[in-house]
Design a protein around this ligand. Structure first.
Ligand SMILES: CC(C)(COP(=O)(O)OP(=O)(O)OC[C@H]1O[C@@H](n2cnc3c(N)ncnc32)[C@H](O)[C@@H]1OP(=O)(O)O)[C@@H](O)C(=O)NCCC(=O)NCCS
Length: 161
């Protein structure tokens, strides 16, 4: 499957909200989460008021132009923390690939592309992942390390310098 990775552009907002929903981990056998959950204050801040200065990339299939997945980062602050918040200088990564396109390397390539593009912008990036989420292996392979654990929720960090 051939795809390109390009930066977010105006008009991608609807896909970004879809990706936010797809990024939510649902353990095998559990009920799907209601779609409205992405508009809760804890989650909507990962997408709300997307600015062109925000950094994110979309994987687009070359044959059909279908958007298959996305990775993006957002900076939070002490008064408005994300789940993987470490400090005001460390943006938090979010990623999802549509279910039918998973396990084919797109997620890996999205993160590699992101890291290459932000390595001179930030000292490190973080993320939050559930202990049972198979994505944990992907993050460890790409050099993220666990820095906090609260129950089943892990915060991971990758130094960029
Ligand atoms: C995580 C995700 C973006 C990876 O994208 P991908 O294109 O499938 O990734 P790749 O093909 O490059 O790499 C496969 C790796 O993804 C992880 N993975 C596989 N299936 C997964 C799933 N259903 N959910 C989460 N991660 C998964 C595994 O680490 C896998 O490596 P492994 O086969 O050695 O175990 C994608 O699976 C996804 O969107 N999952 C659901 C949303 C999610 O969990 N997002 C992360 C929240 S922290």
């Amino acid at each position: 499957m051939s795809y390109i990775i390009r930066p977010f552009k105006p008009g991608d907002e609807a896909f970004l909200w879809e990706m936010l929903y797809q990024a939510l981990y649902v353990p095998p056998g559990a009920n799907l989460l209601p779609r409205e959950i992405i508009y809760s204050p804890e989650l909507s801040k990962y997408v709300q008021d997307w600015q062109k200065e925000d950094v994110g990339f979309v994987a687009v299939l070359e044959s059909t132009q279908i958007q298959a997945g996305a990775v993006w980062i957002r900076l939070f602050n002490n008064n408005n923390q994300g789940y993987g918040y470490l400090n005001d200088e460390t943006p938090e990564l979010s990623i999802a690939v549509l279910p039918e396109y998973r396990q084919q390397g797109i997620g890996t390539q999205l993160i590699v592309h992101l890291l290459e593009n932000i390595k001179n912008l930030y000292p490190a990036i973080s993320l939050s992942v559930s202990l049972e989420n198979p994505a944990l292996r992907l993050y460890q392979r790409l050099g993220f390390e666990i820095v906090h654990q609260v129950d089943n929720s892990l915060t991971m960090k990758k130094e960029l310098k």
